[in-house]
Design a protein around this ligand. Structure first.
Ligand SMILES: [Fe+2]
Length: 209
């Protein structure tokens, strides 16, 4: 995953906050500068820190032979890892003005959902209906080789093995509350206008290789 992890000279892995691929105010008026700044610089960064901290704690517990501590920390690991992965995919899935799907993505949307409008309808409905904090995700399902719309509670519950997230829609309140307050449906509807379907298509092509 681009720019979201690195290894130092000794080979030690560290997860890192990827820079936004656009200016903080680039997504206005759909997402305000302040909202985007807080989301990226305060929330995403906290998952990165939580992930590195949890991995260090697991490493220490494993070295000490404390299997109970390793087990207890595993839930934190899944949470922070899920948060880091989904946010890392969320930023480059958006683009001022959006873009249209082409090639294989366009064909699979047509086959699996009937039309882009239908897919947007299903994805939006899934996003609006997430209970509490979570995500709606357009994913590639490799066994059936198809596109699916799924929901993920918090960052990591209800995840199917092998599913490749292509387009995550963040519906945690921290993603929209400053701009839309309780109007999650308005945020999701506006977000659909700035999806970079070309970036989603590139992710699909990589997943199918
Ligand atoms: Fe978020």
């Amino acid at each position: 995953m681009l720019d979201a992890a690195k290894r130092d000279a000794e080979g030690k892995l560290e997860y890192t906050l990827p820079p936004l691929p656009y200016a903080y105010d680039a997504l206005e008026p759909v997402i305000s500068k302040t909202q985007l700044e807080l989301h990226h610089d305060k929330h995403h960064v906290a998952y990165v820190a939580g992930l590195n901290k949890t991995l260090a704690a697991i490493d220490a517990a494993a070295r000490a032979g404390d299997t109970a501590a390793v087990k207890a920390l595993s839930a934190d690991l899944a949470f922070h890892y899920g948060g880091h992965v989904l946010h890392t995919l969320y930023w480059p899935s958006l683009k001022p003005g959006g873009s249209a799907p082409t090639d294989n993505l366009a064909a699979m949307i047509e086959r699996d959902f009937g039309s882009l409008e239908n897919l947007k309808k299903w994805l939006s409905a899934a996003a609006v209906a997430v209970a509490g904090s979570g995500w709606a995700v357009l994913a590639y399902e490799p066994v059936g080789q198809r596109l699916v719309v799924m929901q993920t509670e918090i960052h990591n519950n209800l995840v199917g093995w092998g599913m490749v997230p292509l387009l995550p829609v963040d519906v945690w309140e921290h993603a929209y509350y400053l701009d839309y307050q309780n109007r999650r449906a308005d945020y999701v509807a506006k977000l659909m206008d700035i999806v970079d379907w070309q970036a989603v298509g590139a992710r699909l092509a990589a997943a199918q290789k």
